[in-house]
Design a protein around this ligand. Structure first.
Ligand code: 4GS
Length: 238
């Protein structure tokens, strides 16, 4: 069994994560002792009168940069040799299911550093950050929601997080490397809209084959980039 995963988030807006961490599966996983969450505000680690966390960039240019001192102090208040320090940033490596799997298995302590303003002083990154991750090619106002996305995808993979009976990965998109096949439930006819006949056939071999074909067709149409067969996007589609 896995030891408890400690997850700390360093953000100027801890309130953005508080509600998220207190709902649904994040709350249950914490109650079950699978994960332990901590929120740290760099503002609480400032030492000046105005609690300054940002400053103008050397060399000029627009926007503000997050200062070294509060971020070093916040990170160093929780970091141990067993911590993985992850900076949320559009310049990071694109987040993939494989990263969630890695975070759920390989580390005892994750520290998410959320940027705000134009960026973070590079010396924080050089000295303390182990990896930079992006949740996609768009610009957010701060990294709190990106950290929430990664935490959600990671915590649901912790053994026991889904509760009895649920299978976390096998059937899913991105673990197979394909998008999911279409799903239907009762009633068999709704406003004249029918469920594909094959799903009532009782022939599980034929149903499996149909689902595989549907998943492949969808993936070809919507996400051909997932079909390069290198294995880098998931396991092994086909
Ligand atoms: C992302 C992203 C992001 C960039 C933080 C502008 C504030 C903001 N973080 N994936 N400064 N995309 N961060 O947009 O992770």
């Amino acid at each position: 069994m896995r030891e408890v995963l400690k997850v700390d988030v360093i953000t100027l807006f801890p309130g953005m994560l508080k509600g998220f961490l207190e709902e649904s599966m994040m709350k249950r996983a914490a109650k079950a002792g699978l994960v332990e969450f901590g929120l740290l505000n760099p503002r609480d680690f400032t030492t000046d009168k105005h609690n300054t966390t940002d400053d103008r960039p050397f060399g000029g240019g627009p926007g503000m940069v997050m200062k070294c001192e509060p971020l070093f102090a916040a990170i160093e208040s929780v970091r141990t040799p067993e911590s993985r320090v992850i900076l949320m940033s559009p310049s990071g490596a694109p987040f993939k299911q494989a990263d969630a799997e890695r975070f759920s298995k390989d580390w005892k302590h994750l520290i998410f550093v959320c940027g705000h303003y134009e960026g973070v002083d590079q010396r924080v990154i050089d000295a303390l950050v182990d990896e930079e991750i992006s949740i996609g090619d768009y610009v957010l106002t701060n990294g709190a929601l990106s950290a929430a996305v990664i935490i959600d995808a990671t915590v649901r993979l912790l053994p026991g997080a889904l509760g009895a009976g649920a299978i976390a990965t096998e059937e899913e998109s991105f673990s197979s490397g394909l998008l999911e096949y279409p799903q239907y439930t009762r009633p068999p006819e709704f406003r004249g809209l029918e469920v594909p006949e094959i799903l009532f056939s009782g022939d599980h071999g034929k149903i499996e084959k149909w689902r595989r074909e549907q998943a492949l067709k969808r993936t070809e149409e919507r996400r051909p980039d997932l079909l390069n067969n290198s294995g880098e996007n998931g396991e092994n589609n086909a």
